[in-house]
Design a protein around this ligand. Structure first.
Ligand SMILES: [Zn+2]
Ligand SMILES: [Zn+2]
Length: 229
């Protein structure tokens, strides 16, 4: 095996290790245990054997009569993977409006590449959600306990903002080219920072010298990130 092949191989196994940790976590959550028989169907007998013995050596799991349990270290690691996976699901589902089967695939890849800091940012952006779109628990992170008192999302449609809130346009979700053209012609484009001048009787935002009244019908398609409330 060349050095490169070895690296590839190690990466592949790390990837499978993550998937296995996740699998054991979910199987335990759903059925109370995880057995190797069901796993070898999913991962292939040979691969499973290699990766499982590596994981036993690393003290991430134990294997008693083909029933796999997570050790404390394994549990900790799996919890982080599950957290990333379910937050990714929320992000893709709530923010990007990605459909169920697409996000299932997307989330599975995503969770391997986002680090702790990004995970915390996503969690804060979404208001520290406690369940995934399928209603399963999202294990809380450190950011969640810091934020216990103000569990409001920092991201959402402009139509939900109150007077005085400062925010920045992140994206515009309308499928209508006409609305997009209209909004960009009046300067409402991603990146625009503004303040909600007043909310009633109609929504008026202010940026620079400009004051702009927006219909709720349009404002609910404009997604913003709150800067200060
Ligand atoms: Zn889910
Ligand atoms: Zn959080």
């Amino acid at each position: 095996m060349t050095k490169f092949e070895k690296k590839e191989n190690d990466m592949q196994n790390a990837f499978i290790e993550d998937e296995l940790l996740e699998y054991v976590w979910v199987a335990t959550e759903e059925r109370g245990n995880a057995n190797t028989e069901a796993m070898s169907e999913k991962f292939g007998k040979e691969t499973l054997k290699v990766v499982l013995s590596e994981m036993i050596e690393k003290k991430l799991i134990t294997n008693h009569n083909s029933v796999i349990h997570l050790t404390e270290a394994g549990q900790k690691k799996a919890m982080q993977i599950i957290r990333r996976h379910r937050l990714a699901e929320r992000l893709l589902n709530d923010v990007l409006g990605v459909s169920d089967e697409v996000f299932e695939r997307g989330a599975c890849q995503f969770e391997h590449f986002i680090n702790e800091d990004i995970t915390a940012s996503i969690c804060s952006l979404l208001g520290h959600p406690t369940v995934c779109p399928h209603g399963k628990n999202i294990p809380p992170g450190e950011c969640c306990s810091h934020a216990k008192r103000k569990l409001q999302p920092v991201f959402g449609p402009l139509s939900r903002l109150r007077t005085g809130v400062k925010a920045k346009v992140v994206y515009i979700s309308t499928g209508s080219q006409e609305s997009l053209d209209f909004l960009s012609s009046i300067g409402v484009v991603p990146g625009l920072a503004f303040i909600v001048h007043h909310r009633k009787p109609s929504l008026v935002i202010r940026f620079g010298e400009t004051q702009l009244a927006l219909d709720d019908d349009i404002a609910r398609y404009i997604y913003v990130r709150i800067i200060t409330r």
